[in-house]
Design a protein around this ligand. Structure first.
Ligand code: DGJ
Length: 533
């Protein structure tokens, strides 16, 4: 049914990882998401494009709202969308557009006024949120989204400026664990769809632990109502909401893809700590219900994670059953996570260890990001991109930063081991975060290793040392050079030996950290090529 050719973005599995292709080549999004209202006019965006270029971002996540493109039912205005696409092209940036429509952060503030004014046609599950059981709501959202996709196809198909779409934003129900409208109550007391049960039991061994335990605790039922299969507690409410919201979004995505088939994803407000469904949006693509989303929403290519806490843990939770790591939002200043090295550290880890498809801090248009080290991180990661794309999905690409009180860490590569010693190690408990927020020592050590040949490696990062060896043999004899890649070719800027390498040239690779002890002209993030003889 859908067209697909290499001129428009698509997703294909490479080395076991879902990989985004843009203009026929693998593409890792190194971007940023603007604040919610910034892309509401082209004028407001004007100074932001230049800023994004200076940050060396290759892409930007921009909201496009239903309220704005269909102010009157059936009357569409794409003038702002057109202007945004044109400016992105002028600056050589790719766009990921966020379709803010029926839901945004669990509520419905981006639905048009004519929708919110008519509760009979467009029923609510709470005063602030439309119900997924509103048939006319779904039809209206689908109509608007397909008009948008048709329009994008008409103006952008040859250019592929728009490379992906986010369908809605952080969906799920807040303030209650489930929709209690009449239609929802009826559905809740009906049998769980056969397709969902089949998918869950067919994949039983690979389900999240939460889902496996939930099914086991309720007697592994192969049929029954939501309470019979998932129990009498709040977990059944969440499972029920996940199925219905995911099905709704699947229908919206399918309507859009029918007009223009580019990759589409949803983003999660995840569960954290002891939060219960309803405290975080119940039925959104949280860790607890990823398997339900996979069953209900096959048109959704990626389940993305907005990660503001427990970064490493979130990265591994969302690499679930072939789902790639995709981070449209991270780096929350409201939690105190605004240290200059925080997003560079996360970018290195997401790319190096999470083999991500996308990395993007939220509020990239904040002044906080002017002259920010993220620009350096993106410059380095962009220059390594051909190697990153080549080794993504293999053991030859590893990334790291220290967890609380971890000074040394051993990682394995393809036949090699590497002992990492961190210069800065977080010591606080971080109150539920994975590092203490806000002190230098929490962020200044990060890096990645790429094994580029039999005895050849690229090491990049800050504030740590990396000692590479064979498992049974210490390797001493090596040449270490600092430099960069240009058009795929290595260029040496400094040959390192003596004090600049461990054990006077025979030991570990040393990536410096403190600015005042780095040499004038030396890059903020060191990239070193190591060849063993
Ligand atoms: C997560 C949402 O997805 C964003 O749109 C934004 O509201 C941030 N939270 C908080 O500012």
């Amino acid at each position: 049914m859908f067209e697909n050719n290499t001129s428009q973005p698509f997703i294909k599995i490479v080395n076991g990882e879902k990989t985004l292709f843009v203009h026929g080549r693998p593409y890792v999004i190194l971007g940023g998401e603007v604040r919610n209202s910034s892309s509401s006019t082209a004028e407001f965006m004007e100074p932001i494009w230049e800023h994004l270029k200076k940050l060396n971002a290759n892409s930007v996540f921009l909201p496009v709202s239903w309220k704005q493109i269909e102010p009157t039912e059936g009357v569409f205005d794409f003038s702002v969308v057109d202007a945004l696409i044109n400016r992105a092209r002028d600056y050589g940036l790719k766009l990921i557009l966020l379709w803010l429509a029926t839901w945004k952060n669990g509520y419905s503030g981006y639905a048009p006024t004519w929708v919110l004014a008519d509760e009979k046609r467009f029923p609510r599950m709470s005063p602030l949120a439309l119900s997924p059981f509103g048939r006319e709501t779904l039809e209206a959202d689908c109509r608007a989204f397909s008009q948008l996709m048709e329009h994008i196809k008409n103006i952008d198909r040859e250019y592929s400026t728009v490379i992906m779409m986010q369908v809605e934003n952080e969906t799920g129900m807040l303030d209650d664990s489930r929709d209690r409208t009449d239609a929802a109550e009826k559905a809740f007391n009906s049998p769980v769809p056969e397709k969902l049960l089949k998918d869950l039991y067919d994949n039983f061994d690979n389900l999240t632990e939460h889902m496996r335990e939930l099914l086991k605790a309720n007697g592994m039922k192969r049929e029954g109502t939501w309470s019979e299969v998932f129990g009498n507690g709040i977990d059944a409410d969440e499972a029920f909401m996940a199925w219905h919201i995911a099905s709704y979004i699947n229908t919206v995505a399918a309507a859009g893809k029918d007009r223009y088939n580019i990759p589409m994803y949803v983003n999660a407000w995840p569960r954290f700590g002891q939060n219960r469904p309803g405290q975080y949006p119940s039925g959104g693509p949280a860790q607890t219900v990823l398997d339900i989303w996979m069953s209900a929403a096959p048109e959704i290519d990626v389940l993305a994670i907005d990660t503001y806490r427990m970064f490493k843990q979130n990265c591994s939770e969302y690499r679930h059953r072939g789902n790639p790591l995709f981070i449209p939002e991270c780096g929350g200043w409201w939690t105190g996570d605004d240290h200059p090295d925080s997003t560079p550290q996360k970018a290195f880890y997401a790319v190096g260890e999470g083999h991500c498809m996308a990395f993007s801090p939220f509020a990239i248009d904040f002044k906080l990001y002017e002259n920010h080290p993220l620009g350096e991180a993106y410059r380095v990661l962009n220059s390594l991109m051909p190697l990153i794309c080549r080794y993504r999905g293999t053991k030859r690409l590893r990334g790291f930063y220290p967890s609380k009180n971890v000074k040394n860490e051993r990682i394995t590569l393809d036949g090699y081991i590497a002992d990492i010693t961190y210069r800065f190690v977080p010591t606080g408990d971080g109150g539920g975060f994975d590092t203490t927020i806000g002190t230098d020592r929490d962020y200044q050590s990060y890096g990645l290793v790429i094994q580029t040949g039999d005895r050849e490696f690229i090491v990049a990062g800050r504030g740590l040392s990396v000692d590479i060896n064979l498992p049974d043999q210490k390797l001493y004899n090596k040449i270490v050079e600092e430099g960069y890649f240009e058009n795929g070719l290595w260029h040496t800027t400094r040959v390192l030996n003596g004090d600049e390498v461990g054990n006077q040239g025979l030991g570990a690779i040393v990536l410096p950290a403190e600015e005042q002890y780095s040499i004038i002209g030396q890059p903020y993030i060191s990239v070193q090529r190591v060849r063993f003889f």
